[in-house]
Ligand binder design. Sequence first.
Ligand SMILES: Nc1ncnc2c1ncn2[C@@H]1O[C@H](COP(=O)(O)OP(=O)(O)OP(=O)(O)O)[C@@H](O)[C@H]1O
Length: 107
Amino acid sequence: MMSASGISCGPLVGGVIGARKPVYDIWGNTVNEASRMESTGKIRRIQVTNHAQQLLRNRFELKYRGHVAVKGKGMMETWWVLGRKVTYTDRKLYADPEDKVGYVLLD
Ligand SMILES: Nc1ncnc2c1ncn2[C@@H]1O[C@H](COP(=O)(O)OP(=O)(O)OP(=O)(O)O)[C@@H](O)[C@H]1O
């Protein structure tokens, strides 16, 4: 199965609604943004908001996408998540022991 993914970070409200058939759901601007990151993204890519990128950038390799038109929000700056950053302690993942920093591509 091929899918696009989106991530946003921020406040939201979660809870169970329904008496006969209770379901847990989440609501808020953050949820809508995450959904828009998915719907304006690309297959096999992870698109994230500015706030999410700030929280991820120390541990993940990101690439600036630019301004994206988002329904209900206007233009938003977004980033692609390329993969996890590999640190010195992860060097065993590399054949070259001197290759101290790199990243693992997701695709
Ligand atoms: N709890 C949730 N789980 C998954 N997706 C959600 C959730 N809440 C909102 N969304 C999705 O976030 C998007 C933005 O929500 P919004 O309230 O702006 O809807 P809308 O303006 O009617 O958008 P659309 O035209 O996409 O239906 C919608 O596509 C909606 O399906």
